[in-house]
Design a protein around this ligand. Structure first.
Ligand SMILES: [Zn+2]
Length: 488
């Protein structure tokens, strides 16, 4: 059973391609020391070092492991992969959705610990549905890369990174939308470092006035002007295309190529800033993608079973249990967590659904499974979608629908192969030519911290030694017991 949730830490393969790598991007690849970590003198923080983490939302790893097979032209991803180190896939967290995953990427712990347990905050069916997400750093319960870096006097920046509204980043343009409006930069401007967007964009974003186009331009500006030690950048458009058209479709391929161009621009900005040689890039994603055709509506079933009561107009007036869906997963929440009768009824309803032939539910995850996964603490249980299905939150209508323009989703168990996310490490901190079959998302933040000379005191994850140069892990981290928190 354990194996389902925690893939064994697999031995890395070491590929000797450093000769090829040395000319890529012109970054020098000095011969690597094989000295053990213990011999390194601990340094408080490496103020002459830079880490830029670029998240391409929903980037599936085969876009950089097998671009030719997909007819994909991503020269920057390929250069970074060949000139750096990479994982063929990354096992994420549950639910495998954007906000919990991005928070794991900067904390090294799972959602139940860092507090960002879903994208959207739960609202009871009888409440006003604001549909607000976890935008605010105040909801975050763990130390982050930027709090660590800041404590050590390093310069920090974030552009479009989830859950950074109110974050103590020196230069911050957080991600925040208004659920009532389709696209509004008003809230972003209101919560960004005063004057920063105006300074960066000047009279406008130029020919590419998309959200990601603006994020790229603002990032270039911050890098050139402020040379942050730690920078977090999040590009979102690929995720949207994957949802609408599906992964690996012509539209997705075209968008992935645009993402690659943004990465190239960020790398070029570090050259202009004079920090290229000192910058290690982490190219990451938050989740993979599963193809989907149908949507299952758990709340429609809960209405039928009288666990949600609607008035004649279809407005909820009472409830005992409700669905809290996120694409390929769906939490079921009880109004009264101590209500054993409702809990038993809910279990019976969804176990029946899971036992249907070719039904919409792959499996029902009970509390003990969820605790092991560090997932949503207030869920009675969670549903993992069957192949081809996603979950919705409609209260009325058909139990199963086939929506148009909804061909990809995520949120499922991170152990599912199609849900694997991405990791490339490129720059002076990378162990050039190294690759590993499967990295863990919880290990990425401790690895980025290590390159800056920093250590988390409470992360479950550990530095990925296989992918970074020997000797870079700070003594405090290197001496930490390997068993801490890891359930292997
Ligand atoms: Zn995402």
């Amino acid at each position: 059973m354990k194996k389902l949730f925690y893939a064994p830490r697999i031995l890395f393969a070491f590929v000797c391609i450093s000769l090829l790598a040395s000319s890529l991007f012109g970054q020098s690849t000095a011969p690597q020391s094989t000295a053990p970590e213990q011999s390194v003198q601990p340094a408080p923080a490496r103020s002459d070092t830079h880490v830029i983490m670029i998240s391409i939302d929903g980037l599936v790893p085969d876009y950089y492991t097998e671009p030719a097979r997909l007819g994909l032209k991503v020269p920057n991803l390929v250069k970074m992969k060949l000139g750096g180190a990479f994982a063929i896939g990354v096992e994420g967290i549950y639910p495998s959705v954007t906000y919990p995953a991005h928070t794991t990427l900067v904390t090294g712990v799972r959602p139940a610990v860092h507090g960002i347990i879903q994208n959207r905050i739960f609202e009871a069916p009888t409440e006003t549905q604001t549909r607000e997400w976890y935008w605010f750093t105040k909801d975050l319960k763990s130390e982050t890369l930027w709090t660590l870096a800041k404590k050590s006097g390093l310069v920090t920046a974030g552009v479009g990174w989830p859950v950074t509204v109110g974050a103590e980043l020196d230069y911050n343009v957080p991600e925040i939308a208004d659920p009532k409006e389709r696209s509004s930069p008003k809230r972003t401007i209101q919560h960004s470092t005063p004057g920063l967007i105006t300074d960066a964009l000047g009279l406008g974003a130029g020919s590419d006035n998309t959200t990601d186009g603006r994020r790229a331009k603002i990032s270039e500006f911050i890098i050139e002007k402020y040379r942050p030690n730690l920078m977090l950048i999040h590009f979102i458009a690929l995720d949207g295309v994957h949802h609408e058209k599906g992964p690996r479709t012509p539209e997705a391929i075209e968008m992935a190529e645009r993402m690659d161009a943004y990465i190239g621009r960020i790398v070029e900005a570090t050259r202009r800033a004079g920090i290229f040689e000192k910058t290690t890039f982490f190219i990451v994603s938050d989740h993979g993608f599963a193809e989907v055709k149908k949507r299952f509506e758990p709340n429609v079933l809960l209405v039928k079973e009288k666990l949600i009561t609607l008035d004649p107009n279809g407005k909820p007036v009472d409830w005992k249990a409700a669905a809290w869906p996120a694409g390929g997963s769906c939490a079921i929440v009880l109004r009264d967590p101590a209500d054993k009768a409702t809990a038993a009824k809910v279990r019976s309803i969804f176990n029946d659904v899971a036992s249907r032939n070719n039904g919409p539910v792959n499996r029902v995850l009970e509390r003990k499974d969820l605790d092991r996964l560090g997932s949503i603490p207030n869920a009675l249980l969670m549903l993992d979608a069957a192949p081809g299905y996603a979950f919705g939150d409609a209260l009325t209508g058909d139990e199963v629908t086939e929506p148009k323009d909804y061909r990809g989703t995520h949120g499922h168990l991170p152990t599912r192969a199609e849900l694997r996310s991405s990791l490339i490490i490129f720059g002076p901190g990378a162990r050039v030519g190294a690759q590993m079959p499967l990295a863990r998302m919880i290990d990425i933040a401790p690895t980025a911290a290590a390159l800056l000379g920093l250590s988390f005191s409470d992360a479950e994850g550990q530095s990925i030694r296989e992918l970074i140069k020997p000797g870079l892990i700070p003594k405090a981290q290197a001496s930490k017991k390997k068993s801490k928190g890891a359930k292997e």
